[in-house]
Design a protein around this ligand. Sequence first.
Ligand code: PLP
Length: 448
Amino acid sequence: MTLLDIFPSLRSGGVLPRLDPAVWPRETHYDGDGRITVGGVALDDIADQYGTPTYVLDEDEVRNRCRAYRRRFPDAEIIYAGKALLTRAVAEWITEEGLSLDVCSAGELAVALNSWVAPERIVLHGNGKPFAELETAINCGVGRVVVDSFTEITLLSALASRPQRVLLRLTPDIDVHGHPAVRTGVTDQKFGFPVGGDAVLEAVDRIVRQPNLELTGAHCHIGSQIHDTFPYGEAVRRMIAEMARIRDESGVTLTDLDLGGGHAVAYRSGDAELNLSELADIIEDALDAACARHGFPRPAISLEPGRAIVARAGITLYRVLSIKHVENGHTYVTVDGGMSDNPRVALYGAGYEAVVANRHPTGPQMTAHIAGRHCEAGDILARDVRLPVDLRPGEVIAMPCTGAYHHSLASSYNGIGRPPIVAVRDGRCRELVRRETIEDLLSRDIGR
Ligand SMILES: Cc1ncc(COP(=O)(O)O)c(C=O)c1O
């Protein structure tokens, strides 16, 4: 082994930018040519083989995140929120790692059932569950349904031919001050029943009067990208207080408490992420205190992380289409994807990092915006990123931390097909989802 093998950056005489493990999968490295490799595969090779844009998914990173949750919460059920990213392979990985699965549509349910997920490990969510979807879910034997309205109670009782376990979705009135689109803990919003209100007791009463419904617990989901653990402690205190009120007023002792997801990840170096050990401690302490205060038996806890399981495992690859230096303005690096494969910037104002993946990014740098190719001025994927000044069309740009709510939120806006998902592990890659082609788009258009 030569010095050049040990320090590949010596080849170009420059220092390679750090690939922060808070943002990139653990197995991310530079190879001898300065190319970025993930799971032992050069991203540049994936771009050549599968085209761009492409979502890359590091299987070991997903599995390691599942294991981290199991380690930190040995007594809790970890229910992966499939809305973050669901493919048959992902469903199988999380199942093998001992997680359950949350789905919120017949489509997600079908993906789950076409993998190895046992129906009883599936939790069905949604503030609006169409009758046909509820029917499918009940008939296939989903383990739990999270009830979100009075109408649903009526439909469920009409559908269930054997005892169906249900949880009641509550809103504990906790404002985590996130983006308005993901503030789901506050009272005046579309999800659940507000704690402390008559509607909760009415819902409990209606459920327990149905012989085929078994009310086992309460559920809440207080928001997304929450990096402070305090709101979770507060959620536990309010939910236990509400469960005690339900016991006192309705005579029903709930045994399960599902605290939802919302655990923050770092999208860029230096972003705060939720600390799982602190979360475990705060939940334990709050449970001890609240259960003692209300003389309430300790419930079984479940958590529903989505983003925190898959976000960091994903990297999106693009090719540069053009570079434009606007006089007295910014430099725009336009790539061959955009808001159709990553709507999070337009939806939430999310920020991302971006690096050149196909060679040493050393030497003089420029500051640029990464622009998508869609017909909207707001289609900017990343702002003020540092890229080599000699960047050329055709080079590969990699954006880390794009595993959650990217593929699942993608569209075919402007007739651009959705990218494939390519999994990497142990130096090999395989396609999990193929690219959406122009033939796919045309096949849905029936014509005149
Ligand atoms: C009910 C429920 N559980 C879990 C999640 C997962 O949230 P996250 O991916 O932020 O962990 C969501 C996200 O919207 C949700 O609505």
